[in-house]
Ligand binder design. Sequence first.
Ligand code: GRF
Length: 207
Amino acid sequence: MTRRLGVLISGRGSNLQAILAAIDRGDLDAEVGIVVSNKADAPGLSHARAAGIATEVLDHRQFPTRDDYDAAMVERLRAHDIGLVCLAGFMRLLGPAFVRAFPDAILNVHPSLLPAFPGLDAQRQAFEHGVKLTGCTVHFVNEELDAGPIVLQTAVSVLPEDTVESLAARILVEEHRLYPRAIAMVLSGRWRIDGRRFVDVTSSFGA
Ligand code: GRF
């Protein structure tokens, strides 16, 4: 796996910025090779351009089928020699052709403790359900929604005075810490997948 990341966004891009900041600080030994957005007006694209990173807009509405869209995305990422694909607020489901093109090399960050509250608006789902503990998850992407092996998670308490917004803001702070760490761990290659379990082999004595 090359240490070149392809970051896919649809909006704000704060996780993209956290990844770039971790690289700048020297905490994450990687480089962002390309940022792709499915929306031309995604604010995250300006951060990428300001950092001198190649950007592309691939608007799903301009492709006849999901397969065509996925094939174009794979082609762009390959052209930039991307080893690890990082979804960061990318609001499109990727199909089987895309997932198979990057086996065990697509990550996503999700704002809940999966498998609780997959899908959209996870912070609101957790808040309205009344859980006392939620958080964020970095996981591999497979062909099911928010369902691949879990790399790392951080728990965040729901406080009595919380609103959906205050809770989401505290979760986001943790996402920004968690995602670069998870990327570094995956790039280290010192892990294996055992069934559904991501196993960090550096922590096992004598391995
Ligand atoms: C984050 O909450 C992430 O967990 C979810 O979408 C949001 C993206 O935020 N998948 P940003 O674009 O990285 O600021």
